[in-house]
Design a protein around this ligand. Sequence first.
Ligand SMILES: Nc1ncnc2c1ncn2[C@@H]1O[C@H](COP(=O)(O)OP(=O)(O)OP(=O)(O)O)[C@@H](O)[C@H]1O
Ligand SMILES: [Mg+2]
Length: 398
Amino acid sequence: MRVTHLSLSEFRNYEVAEVPFKAGPNLIVGRNGQGKTNLVEAIAYFASLSSHRVTGDAAMMRAGSTTAVARMKVAVEDRDVLLEMQLNRDKANRAQINKNAVRPRELTRWFSCVVFAPEDLALVKGDPSTRRRFLDEAVAARNPVFAGVLSDYDRVVRQRTTLLKSARFNSGSGAVEATLAVWDDQLVELGVRIMDARRSLIRALGDPLAKGYASIVEHDHLPRLSLIESITHSIEKHGVSRETPQDPPIPATDVSRETLTVQFREALTAVRRQEIDRGVTLVGPHRDDVLFELNDLPVKGYASHGESWSFALALRLSVAKLLREESPSGDPVIILDDVFAELDARRRAALMAEVAGFEQVIVTAAVEGDVPEGQWHRVRIEAGAVLGVDVEEVNPHV
Ligand SMILES: Nc1ncnc2c1ncn2[C@@H]1O[C@H](COP(=O)(O)OP(=O)(O)OP(=O)(O)O)[C@@H](O)[C@H]1O
Ligand SMILES: [Mg+2]
């Protein structure tokens, strides 16, 4: 698939913007702070309904405005689809597909992209929550049904946690126990589906990760990823799951959902007392993590800056290749936000070669010389305005 046009109004530093894109490589170029990332943030929003750099929508509304609108035309094979999103500060967001009102989540079924950005270093170096978000976005991109499963699971965790907190003051109350049992059923049912989908994802990413890393780095450092699940991990030893477990993770082998269900229930029984004491839901996919390794050592804490960055890029690349292989609606759009500046010339060329075969690649750069040579469709940006498109033709004096 590809983006053919993006229209913005009151989005970030854009009062209005009209930006055409083409199939193949597109380059958004402009000095620092002019609005390049803002453009790709708007595009990527349609794939996940969230920004790749902030949580919450407020920062995307132009300063002083209570609303922001992004409209995007996407071509999927020979069909055009018009997606529209209105972000509102004081009321619910609104979405349209081909001018028909839909629930916002529907938009994500029509667009898929993979964003590579400097923030990706946090995948390797940051908190488990960053890695969980990575897993869940990929799971939902593979199978859109999971967007609903994930938000239902979050709701169940929140409500169950509220109940646990109240149970502290009503301990031993039969009513609390009975209600907790109902929440446990939902927690386990949804949680097992998520764990199962994450396991399948981890298995599918192994090979493309190894190949992508080897082509970017030109060495085989044995990149590996494995899940650390709170339902089986360190519970016996520590009674609770820890945010950064040190025990070796279990390989994501093909365990049946029935087995996961039994393990989840056992884990809940084991931590029941502590959950009530602490008022926290202690086990489940919301407490899991994924371990990244190079040469049998964790990337976090051991790998060099360059190795960590290459690992993060290879990880995104592996998701892109997986979606490409599996998606019935064609390639995901590849977005490289300010990525080339961080790479030497050889790695730039290697990364570009890896993504060049995708239907559309959108790159942002402050310095045009950082971008590998090629036939780029250029969009020049300055101070929240699109100066020219394919500048040579449109605006020869720029
Ligand atoms: N909600 C907002 N309203 C108005 N301006 C905003 C808003 N959010 C961000 N900006 C402005 O947008 C500009 C940053 O845009 P953006 O991050 O897209 O820059 P960039 O071109 O990607 O720069 P760099 O090359 O440094 O990455 C900043 O000047 C920032 O102040
Ligand atoms: Mg930027």
